[in-house]
Design a protein around this ligand. Structure first.
Ligand SMILES: C[S@@+](CC[C@H](N)C(=O)[O-])C[C@H]1O[C@@H](n2cnc3c(N)ncnc32)[C@H](O)[C@@H]1O
Length: 255
């Protein structure tokens, strides 16, 4: 099981965490305007970068966040978010079940849905706490193409226990849980450095070596899809890859 206390120590060193593109894609999927009012809940908020961005643009909303790790929540305080953010420490499903129904206009989950113990129970809990017409927005990392799915799953199995979602899986989940106006957006982070990810994810030296080797030995067609390359200096000091993400959203039907 992932040790989030340890991961929190270097979490903000991860390049992908501090890129604002995913925050903006999620904001677009929310369909909110700067004058929007209402409660927003972020699931697995981590160090709070999404909330920080949202607060800059949507100043009239009230912000809530759940994370099971006190150490990760402490990072939101480092970002001086605490004055404007109500935080809840615990499992996302259990914590959501504590809220009244129809309480949130928006629920967001950026790179956290893959950690939930029960995906359907999570969607069900989100649906219950959303207001009628409320929106759920999910962002997840995905393989570079469907043919790379098994490689991607096996690679992550070397790192952590988690779910993997293809865009169609998310679409089906939103549909199954009776959301409508479902949208899918995509984002690419080009030339992401493998070492930055390996060195800041609380992995043992053995795990890092295994993941490095697994990347090096990736089948050539997957290398092509990832735009796999060694870094500019031409040696094998680092591997760079294009990482892909999906941003999926859906609205709860009006009563
Ligand atoms: C990959 S991080 C993403 C953090 C943040 N959303 C971001 O984009 O930087 C996943 C976060 O989910 C939290 N988490 C994992 N499992 C959880 C669960 N069952 N309930 C609530 N939070 C959870 C972790 O503590 C961690 O902060």
């Amino acid at each position: 099981m992932t040790d989030w206390a340890k991961r929190a120590e270097t979490y903000n060193n991860l390049y992908w965490v501090n890129k604002s593109r995913l925050n903006f894609e999620m904001m677009t999927a929310m369909g909110a305007a700067s004058s929007s009012e209402g409660n927003l809940l972020d699931l697995g908020c981590g160090s709070g970068f999404l909330i920080r961005t949202l607060q800059t643009y949507f100043i009239r909303m009230d912000y809530y966040a759940i994370d099971r790790s006190p150490e990760m929540l402490a990072l939101t305080r480092d970002r001086e978010l605490s004055l404007y953010l109500r935080t809840y420490c615990g499992d996302m499903i259990e914590q959501m079940n504590e809220f009244d129904p129809d309480y949130f206009r928006w629920v967001t989950a950026k790179m956290s849905l893959h950690h939930t113990s029960d995906v359907n129970a999570t969607f069900k809990a989100v649906h219950r706490i959303l207001t009628s017409d409320g929106t759920f927005v999910v962002c997840e990392g995905i393989p570079p193409n469907p043919a790379a799915l098994n490689w991607f799953k096996n690679m992550f199995a070397l790192k952590e226990h988690r779910h993997t979602f293809m865009p169609l899986d998310l679409l089906n989940l939103f549909h199954k849980h009776k959301f409508h106006d479902i949208t899918l957006r995509f984002a690419v982070f080009p030339r992401m450095r493998l070492r930055n990810w390996l060195e800041n994810s609380d992995l043992s030296q053995d795990q890092q070596a295994l993941l490095w080797e697994y990347h090096q030995e990736m089948p050539s067609e997957i290398k092509k899809a990832y735009n796999f390359a060694y870094d500019e200096s031409g040696d094998d000091n680092d591997i760079v890859l294009d990482w892909r993400f999906v941003i999926a959203s859906g609205r709860k039907l009006k009563d």
